[in-house]
Design a protein around this ligand. Structure first.
Ligand code: DX5
Ligand code: ZN
Length: 232
């Protein structure tokens, strides 16, 4: 059982025709959260799941739900996703007008609030919300689709955000999303990521439990090989 990191299967990569059964294929003690990608066809060029899927997953599985909103009208939709059963809602810095207000809107509704940055978005503005936010999500692909390749420069961004966390003695979780697999997970880990969203690296395999264990073991093995890691 991993002690200092979590894998969050991204349901986007599952078979949409049987989403509850798919979610149950990753029902092992190591998995606490499912990651749910909500896309609106405006902020990103794709349309995916809405609150109905969130409430179905809440009702029919035991997982906590990490809801990643890639939508422009987050403020209107936040209460809807909270009612549907989200445990974390992450909004995009690029998609909202009043980031601080919307972080507080999420927290006032009693759940965890995250902020996500696209690959080309600078991390500087995080300084002003760093003590309020529960999670920072560094996108390691351009949002919109599963199955893309991890952008190597995002390791530097993770390290930069991890350094800010130390500097400001902040408590947020550092999450990474996009192209995470047995090759890239440890690179993200050593640069400070502790929540790893993984879609195709899990759901494209017949044996999902083995695929999850392979990612966990790829991190644990390299940790025990003594490779330097960021202390967060
Ligand atoms: C991309 C989504 C990701 C996606 C990750 O916009 O935010 O959560 O599901 O998929 P993989 O792990 O296949 O890159
Ligand atoms: Zn996502």
């Amino acid at each position: 059982m991993p002690s200092d990191f979590k894998i969050l299967p991204s349901i986007l990569a599952a078979d949409a025709g049987k989403i509850i059964e798919e979610a149950r294929t990753v029902d092992i003690p190591e998995i606490e959260y499912l990651h749910i990608d909500v896309m609106d066809g405006h902020f990103v060029p794709n349309l995916t799941m809405g609150p109905q899927i969130v409430s179905s997953l809440k009702k029919h599985t035991r997982f906590k739900l990490d809801v990643h909103l890639m939508i422009t009208n987050a403020s209107e939709m936040i209460p809807v996703f909270v009612d549907a059963g989200a445990d974390i809602i992450t909004i995009h810095q690029e998609a909202v007008k009043h980031l601080d207000r919307e972080i507080n809107q999420i927290k006032d509704l009693g759940i965890k609030a995250g902020v996500s940055l696209n690959p080309a978005t600078h991390s500087d503005s995080l300084r002003w919300i760093i003590s309020d936010v529960d999670l920072i999500l560094v996108m390691s692909v351009n949002p919109g689709f599963g199955g893309q390749k991890y952008i190597p420069a995002m390791s530097d961004k993770l390290a930069m955000v991890a350094r800010m966390k130390q500097e400001y003695e902040a408590n947020f979780i550092l999450e990474v999303d996009g192209g995470i697999d047995i090759q890239t997970a440890f690179t993200a880990y050593r640069n400070g990521a502790r929540y790893f969203v993984a879609g195709s690296a899990i759901f494209s395999h017949q044996n999902r439990i083995q695929a999850i264990h392979d990612i966990i073991n790829s991190i644990e093995k390299q940790k025990s090989d003594g490779k330097t890691t960021f202390r967060v």
